[in-house]
Design a protein around this ligand. Structure first.
Ligand SMILES: [Zn+2]
Length: 131
């Protein structure tokens, strides 16, 4: 991977809360992921990526213990990345995604993706999250 870390970092620091998806799943993810996966957050930070500003998250069903599993969490990064890139931290596997919404960006970039992420999910009523 040849990530342009400085450009990526600048991109994330310029993104305000209004640029983030405001669905309940993404909000739940942003609020909890850093505490639940500190090593993943550190790795992303080393690439200039802010874990609290995902490009897209893909939640599965809520399980009976109140946990929600995300089968894909995607982040935009500048630079280039081999198609077969893979990295592992604990149970979490990272790769380059070729299946994601249009990033609407012209400069050389790629979408990093990792899974699975498992987080407690509070019902919207108790936290005022809008689904
Ligand atoms: Zn969302």
């Amino acid at each position: 991977m040849e990530a342009d870390i400085e450009k990526t970092r600048a991109y994330y620091s310029s993104r305000g809360p209004e640029s983030l998806c405001n669905c309940g799943y993404c909000q739940n993810y942003c609020a909890r992921v850093k505490t639940a996966y500190p090593e993943v957050a550190r790795y992303l930070d080393s690439l200039g990526v802010d874990i609290e500003k995902p490009f897209e998250t893909m939640p599965l069903e809520l399980d009976e213990n109140g946990y929600l599993e995300y089968c894909g969490c995607q982040y935009v990064a500048f630079g280039s990345c081999a198609e077969d890139f893979t990295h592992r931290i604990g149970d979490v596997t990272f790769g380059r995604s070729d299946c994601h919404p249009n990033t609407k960006m012209d400069e050389e970039h790629f979408v990093l993706d990792f899974y699975p992420i498992r987080l407690p999910f509070e019902e919207p009523e108790s936290e005022g999250i809008e689904l």
